[in-house]
Design a protein around this ligand. Structure first.
Ligand SMILES: Cc1cc2nc3c(=O)[nH]c(=O)nc-3n(C[C@H](O)[C@H](O)[C@H](O)COP(=O)(O)OP(=O)(O)OC[C@H]3O[C@@H](n4cnc5c(N)ncnc54)[C@H](O)[C@@H]3O)c2cc1C
Length: 316
């Protein structure tokens, strides 16, 4: 792809602390451990530098895509033509303020605000250490807060929607605005952020004071259940498909006889059929072929269209 003259210099000059890598392989930035090079891989060091990178991309007509930890992401083997903006290992401050009691109850609350780049596990641990309940479900989700808001991440009956108050985002005209929980339009693995390509900079949660021992016990229980049921020993992006209404993707795949179904180095996990895993040095093409074959077989057997939960980006 052709870049406007001086594009790279302008990118690097956005701030002193910005990190800009050219032709950066994406296999090191996704939990599937696949993906060819991004033309430019950028880690901004401040809110302003996020805005400036997006402005530069818009001004020059350069495609750009924001990622966090890459734990719900499949990048093609040819890689991404444009700029990947990575908000992970940056913008990860967290602040807790005790807010006292609500008008309508005797429960004590606190407000936690964290940068989009914080890992959810760290945020959940911070809440637990402050004896705050509500984020236990998030302790084992291996992504950033930004990705979790975009995806309305959830597990074990909890989801971001249940406890978020608001998020600060960059909108499609590069304004930094605050969206309330309602304005975030959070649904099953959906949000206005994902639909409109907004960028999450930070988010605020209202959490109730709880019992520290109970919070830790719940988190430990969820983690044990993950280790027991999920193929955590192999690279994956978690559940590959969304749950079809009233059904479980993993069960449909298992009942289609696809446990262990393999293309090259990727297969349907036989520990949990909802996970496609890269258990033997597979390529993105292998993973995509498994996904397509699973979709076709489940459609043929059960007339159900499985929609990938995993975001797929890059040159085909
Ligand atoms: C082993 C395993 C278990 C998992 N278990 C669960 C689970 O129980 N529940 C669950 O919901 N998910 C689960 N996931 C999927 C994944 O961890 C979550 O969806 C997570 O929230 C994604 O965060 P991320 O930072 O990795 O986002 P990425 O994968 O980097 O990106 C995912 C999407 O979020 C967008 N995004 C990322 N950061 C931002 C930002 N700052 N602003 C705007 N958009 C952004 C991207 O553009 C992309 O559309 C699991 C994944 C793995 C590998």
């Amino acid at each position: 792809m052709a870049y406007v003259n001086g594009f790279l210099d302008e990118l690097k000059n956005i701030s002193d602390g910005i990190r800009v890598l050219a032709d950066e392989p994406m296999d090191g930035h996704t939990t599937f451990k696949v993906g060819g090079p991004a033309d430019y891989f950028v880690v901004p060091d401040s809110v302003q530098s996020v805005v400036d990178v997006i402005r530069l991309c818009k001004k020059t007509g350069t495609p750009c895509f924001v990622i966090g930890r890459g734990s719900n992401l499949l990048v093609t083997d040819k890689g991404y033509r444009g700029v990947i903006v990575c908000i992970y290992d940056t913008l990860d401050d967290v602040k807790t303020e005790f807010a006292g009691k609500s008008d309508d109850s005797d429960d004590e609350y606190a407000i936690i605000t964290a940068g989009a780049g914080i890992m959810l596990s760290k945020l959940a641990k911070t809440a637990a250490q402050s004896e705050l309940t509500g984020l236990e479900f998030a302790g084992g989700i291996p992504g950033t807060l930004g990705g979790a808001v975009a995806m309305n991440a959830g597990a074990y009956g909890g989801e971001i929607k249940d406890c978020i108050q608001s998020a600060v985002v960059v909108d499609d005209e590069q304004n930094v605005i605050t969206l309330t929980k309602e304005q975030l339009e959070l649904g099953y693995r959906e949000s206005i952020v994902k639909q409109k390509g907004y960028i999450v900079l930070s988010a605020t949660f209202k959490l109730k004071k709880g019992d520290a021992a109970q919070i830790i016990a719940t988190m430990n229980d969820f983690n044990a259940r993950r280790r027991d049921k999920q193929p955590l020993e192999h690279p994956s992006a978690g559940s590959t498909f969304k749950r079809p209404e009233g059904m479980f993707a993993g069960k449909l795949i298992q009942d289609s006889g696809l446990a262990g179904y393999r293309v090259g180095g990727a297969c349907v996990s036989d520990k949990h059929c909802g996970f496609v895993v890269n258990d033997n040095g597979g390529s993105a093409a292998d993973i995509m072929q498994v996904i397509k074959d699973v979709q076709r077989t489940v459609k043929d057997k059960f007339d159900v269209e499985l929609e990938p939960e995993v975001r797929i980006i890059g040159e085909q």
